[in-house]
Design a protein around this ligand. Structure first.
Ligand code: GLN
Length: 602
């Protein structure tokens, strides 16, 4: 196993996670199998209890791990499935050390940060790096480890010490340290300043870690003399200094690294010269370029609580982007603060109320994402009502599904006091209730329904089943406590709401649809977590296509995920695979085609 450690210096928010994922993409494109570990030096055991406003979204894994959003970047970029142990936090490490101490494993010794905590960190890394994450057997070739925070933070010290020891433990040729730093450009002269990087490299060395490669964030490419200076002062070979200058979209980062031969520098450090392969990044290149060229907008109103901080809904945004690029539309996200749609805002802040409604009404589609707590719930309910009544495409995720059910019960069944017991524990008509998973051996004590669960389609003739390629079941990730009250299902169904997906017991409602509406779908799960750049999530694709007035084109194809490789045609010299009106090219990009007797046209 070879290890690539990515650290960050100078300031936070340099895009260290994206850089580390891009390095993984580059190595994977050279034919290596890649896994990753994210270290978060905070004390929380996991990200589950952290506010999305402060820390960004909580990403959910198949195994139910609630982890840092960077793991989402890794899964999307590398098309892998990580485990909860791929996210190490100070809380987790101390917990394991303290448990060992209580068990008496330290044989009467004084338990200390060095060596006990640092040993635990190293053992954790070695163990987790071996877990296969790409669906193949056996361990990966390379493990990319990202150390969160900035060099010099007090809380990351035990990790730095452990990683310093680790570099010796695995030996030269098996460990490559990439330091991501900032080269600011000052004033009108536009001079690129190296001092902050010099300082942070000095800090790193002072802590016993030697960088092999510098990845410098800057607005433009590094000037040659700046590289020479950095090389001299930081003791890093000039050819091992790459610039990550600002690009139009993040898919360009792996390309930027390849253009600067970062893979060759890494291979030299890791003694992997034998790999010596030109990275296969054709798919990435065309997608990155396509994304820049899209011009026909599709406007999606995101009606959420944390609209001031886009990281709070990172995976939802990515899933929207994957779908809109696949459908060749330029994604425009209109952030609508849910509270601003409420009647109380009309009185207290009429301007905000007017602005929010203007955005909602100007949108081609409405998305209500997941959420907890009652702030903004009424605003989300009126957004769902607006979408339902005006036949505007709607996708409700988790809470977004629950509020759609509440809205339907209130407006269509006339149950004005219908509510979720999350918001009104004494609701007279509780259409959404607390339904803990009892008897679950793996989830003892926990009340949250977390991770991958199976949904069975109840009928094949429904939009969601078709979008998922007519499969009989799907596995998607969950993170919720409340669910549609099974006792109210028959009444809701009689009034026209379809429950098209349920769990294996038939008691948990997973998917709702309004057959009389062009596209009104709510899901108890979070399809955003499994969306990939080259394989957009089916329901997001449905939303984007419906919002573009083109849902039929997707449904005719009916299988947008698995296109039979036997149906192929030659379009302008390249082979494309097709099925009934849609073509999925090698980049996972969907193209519609038509025939006019003279062959096929895109
Ligand atoms: N608060 C709701 C629940 O716990 C929805 C959760 C969510 O949207 N992730 O069921």
């Amino acid at each position: 196993m070879k290890y690539v450690l990515v650290t960050g210096g100078v300031v936070s928010g340099l895009g260290k996670g994206v850089t580390a994922s891009s390095i993984g993409v580059l190595l994977k494109a050279c034919g290596l199998r890649v896994t990753s570990i994210k270290i978060d030096p905070y004390l929380n055991t996991d990200a589950g209890t952290m506010s999305p406003f402060e820390h960004g979204e909580v990403f959910v894994l198949d195994d139910g791990g609630e982890v840092d959003l960077d793991l989402g970047n890794y899964e999307r970029f590398l098309d892998i499935k990580l485990t909860r142990d791929n996210n190490i936090t100070t809380g987790k490490v101390y917990q394991s050390v303290i448990e060992k101490e209580r068990r008496g494993d330290y044989l009467g010794k004084t338990v200390q940060v060095v060596p006990h905590v640092t040993d635990a960190i190293q053992e954790w890394i070695e163990r987790v790096a071996m877990i296969p994450v790409d669906g193949k057997d056996g361990p990966a070739d390379v493990c990319v480890i990202e150390l969160g925070g900035t060099i010099g933070d007090i809380e990351s010290m035990p990790f730095i010490e452990a990683l310093g020891q680790f570099s010796y433990r695995v030996g030269a040729g098996n460990f490559c340290l990439i330091h991501v730093s900032l080269v600011p450009v000052l004033n009108v002269v536009g001079e690129q300043k190296t001092k902050p990087t010099q300082h942070s490299v000095r800090g790193l060395r002072g802590l016993g870690l030697t960088p092999n490669i510098l990845a410098c964030r800057s607005t433009t490419a590094l000037e040659e003399n700046v590289k020479v200076k950095l090389s001299q002062f930081c003791h890093v070979l000039a050819e091992n200094i790459v610039t990550l200058y600002d690009v139009s979209n993040i898919w360009h980062i792996p390309l930027l690294l390849r253009d600067q031969r970062a893979h060759e520098a890494i291979f030299k450090v890791l003694n992997l010269q034998s790999v010596n392969k030109e990275p296969a990044l054709k798919e990435w290149t065309s997608r990155a370029e396509l994304c820049d060229k899209l011009h026909k907008p599709v406007r999606i109103a995101m009606v959420g609580k944390y609209t001031g901080h886009s990281d709070s809904y990172l995976s939802v945004l990515k899933a929207l982007l994957h779908a809109s690029v696949a459908w060749r539309k330029k994604l425009v996200v209109e952030w609508v603060p849910a509270c601003d749609l409420e009647d109380t805002t009309a009185q207290e802040n009429p301007e905000a109320y007017k602005a929010a409604w203007k955005l909602l009404k100007g949108a081609d589609g409405v998305l209500v994402p997941g959420g907890f707590g009652d702030r903004g719930v009424q605003g989300k309910i009126v957004a769902a009502k607006y979408a339902r009544e005006n036949r505007v495409p709607y996708l409700g995720i988790c809470l977004g599904m629950q509020i759609a059910v509440i809205e339907f019960a209130r407006s269509v069944l006339g149950l004005q006091d219908a509510n979720s017991t999350e918001f009104d524990p004494n609701a007279k008509n509780p259409c959404v209730i607390f339904m803990p998973e009892v008897g679950s051996k793996t989830h003892m004590g926990g009340t949250m329904r977390l991770g991958s669960r199976r949904t069975y389609f109840q009928v094949s003739d429904c939009v969601s089943a078709k979008l998922y390629g007519n499969r009989s079941y799907i596995d998607e990730r969950h993170r919720h406590r409340y669910e549609v009250n099974p006792e109210m299902v028959t009444r809701l169904e009689r009034a026209g709401l379809s429950f098209t997906g349920k769990d294996e017991t038939g008691q948990r409602m997973e998917i709702i649809e309004l057959p009389s509406h062009p596209y009104f779908v709510g899901v108890q799960f979070h399809p955003e977590f499994k969306s990939r750049p080259g394989e957009p999530s089916a329901l997001f694709l449905g939303l984007i296509a419906a919002a573009s007035g083109e849902l039929d084109a997707v449904l005719q194809g009916s299988n947008t995920r698995k296109v039979s490789r036997t149906n192929h045609i030659n379009v302008n010299g390249s082979i494309k695979y097709y099925q009934n009106g849609t073509i999925l090219d090698g980049n996972g990009v969907l193209n519609r085609f038509y025939t006019n007797g003279n062959g096929l046209h895109l």
